[in-house]
Design a protein around this ligand. Structure first.
Ligand SMILES: [Zn+2]
Ligand SMILES: [Zn+2]
Length: 217
């Protein structure tokens, strides 16, 4: 009797295992079938951001990353990240806030703010990214010619926005800073660095990006 019970028990375990395996196969097949689906990025405006720059960034990112890009709901100005003495905003705190939204259905998120950003180690940053959480943020403040007391140039402003957006999103793919000063992954210390490097990946970073994207499929 006892051995029969044990035997039944084994059968039950076997049945459960078979079911689990079958389920697993089903999930995997399903996943494989979805690999051709386009990835989706979400742009989150933080504070009032001009719609023209949002739309331009959306279209450019769609082309450059071959993804769909949606504009998410606007967040309030990031008062929680403000540093009274520096008169700047902590980019890490903004990244955390975006992540806490727990937005689902997006592969990557890019916040756009129009306040000056810093991290404790640097006097200012053009943007920031959290590689693991796949969340990034850029600031428009230092991308305008007006910030440097020069005549505004909307085409240059739009181009700089793309450079910084591609750079921060590049980090979310696991790309590090590149030594090539003509590569978008070069670390900009000045706006001249940004203008000089442009929005394209060097061939080395391009290869790494292709590998990462293939792995993520
Ligand atoms: Zn960087
Ligand atoms: Zn590079």
């Amino acid at each position: 009797m006892i051995s029969a019970l044990k035997c039944n028990h084994k059968l039950a375990i076997l049945a459960t295992l078979t079911l689990l395996l079958a389920n697993n196969v089903f999930i995997k097949t399903n996943y494989a079938a979805n690999t051709d689906m386009k990835k989706i990025f979400c742009i989150i405006p933080i504070g009032d951001i001009d719609n023209k720059i949002l739309q331009h960034t959306r279209m450019e990112l769609e082309k450059r990353f071959n993804v769909s890009v949606e504009i998410g709901r606007q967040l309030d100005e990031p008062a929680y990240a403000y540093h009274k003495h520096k008169k700047q905003y902590n980019s890490t705190k903004i990244l955390k806030k975006i992540y806490k939204l727990k937005l689902t259905g997006y592969d990557r998120i890019l916040g756009i703010v129009d306040v000056d950003l810093y991290v404790p180690e640097r006097t200012f940053v053009f943007g920031g990214a959290d590689v693991k959480k796949k969340v990034s943020v850029i600031s428009l403040t230092r991308l305008r010619q007006g910030f440097y007391n020069q005549t505004e140039d909307s085409a240059l402003f739009e181009y700089r926005t793309i450079i910084e957006a591609v750079h921060e999103l590049g980090h979310t793919y696991g790309l590090y800073h590149c030594k090539n000063d003509k590569c978008v992954m070069f670390l900009s210390n000045t706006i001249e660095d940004t203008d000089h490097k442009g929005a394209e990946l060097c061939s080395n970073c391009e290869n790494i990006m292709e590998e990462k994207r293939a792995l993520l499929k």
